[in-house]
Design a protein around this ligand. Sequence first.
Ligand code: ATP
Ligand code: MG
Length: 404
Amino acid sequence: MTFPFKDAAFILDRLQDHGFEAYVVGGAVRDYLLNRPIHDVDIATSAHPADVVSLFKRTVPIGIDHGTVAVLNNGHSYEVTTFRSESDYDDYRHPNQVVFVLSLEKDLMRRDFTINALAMDRDGKIIDLFEGKKDINCKRIRTVGRAEERITEDPLRMMRGMRFASELCFTLGQTERHAFHDKADLLKKISIERINQEMTRLLAGEGVSDALGLLFETHCIYTLPMLKHADEKKAVSIHYKRLQKDEERWTAFLISQGIEDVFAFAKSWKWSNDERRRVARLVKWTKYRMNMGWNKESVYFAGICDVKAINRLLASFDKIDEQELSNQQLKADLIWENCPIHSRAELAANGNHFINWSGEKPGPWLAKAIKELEREVVNGRVNNDLEAIRSWFENRQTTQKKQS
Ligand code: ATP
Ligand code: MG
């Protein structure tokens, strides 16, 4: 057997040369067996963090309390963690005590799922104490040890389990389904930021429809903020595969659930301002587009990237099929290319011109006037040159004075 994680081999070699045990563990071994791209190579060792620091040139103590040291090499970072076990989770998330242990076995026992509790030694031999390989072959998520206990220790594991089900297209074991159902309420104890991370990844997985089905079957979904009355049929009917970005998937999910108040949702899920703004914008334009076709003005104000995202959203709701989606994307490109300007910055005049020409102080009138000018230029009613804009502006001033 060969060792597939060539870049990390020097770490295992050096630790072993100094009498320590060292293995690649967790996601890297799982993804290697599944033939999936490997993100991070994590290493578990019998060496204490201080030993790890002294054995390698460049290290960063990223989680010394948890025994984790990052070893840097050639632009890569490898997390090297001392074998440990965890006990007494009385806040449902953080173990009260991290105990360094001497055996790999104890370290693997603390891991969440059998598919994540595999280790590989330097010769490429896989250590599989909990039938993780069998579960990989059966495409099944099972906890290491008794499901109820493991979930009570850390309820986030429920979200992780369903997120892995989505990303890997795996099913959830029967015992785990029952345990998740019984313990669903414990998710309320978990920080919403962590739940949000898992939910975002769940929505992006290949097996998202089935994973959403699990969220409903286990009732976990009803414990999440603003989803007490979530609707399964509507949630699973979306073609998430037609969407490209997290914000598009969240938009589709919120629209499917009839959640109108994006601000309230963003607040209860602790989204960043940027996430909130992106989703609120897509929701607004998707609703517009459900009733109206695109024209120069709406393509300009939405921007070509959002126009394309909104077309994908329509496809995700089956309002248009794949063929129509690609027609719509070409049409949007054409409208965009034919737009006289693509942003406010391309206007031949700006706010300073308006202030000088009018002799008025800046105020809300200015933003209004600029927006009007954008509309006129985009629709081809005013040429985008200083002369034409000045004469439009002066006409506008005269009309407004007459009216007031
Ligand atoms: P990915 O990085 O694709 O999410 P991963 O398996 O590497 O998958 P990480 O969150 O990076 O997941 O965690 C690394 C390993 O640490 C996991 O494979 C698992 O063995 C263990 N682990 C992570 N979170 C938990 C948890 N909440 N409870 C128990 N073990 C965990
Ligand atoms: Mg990982």
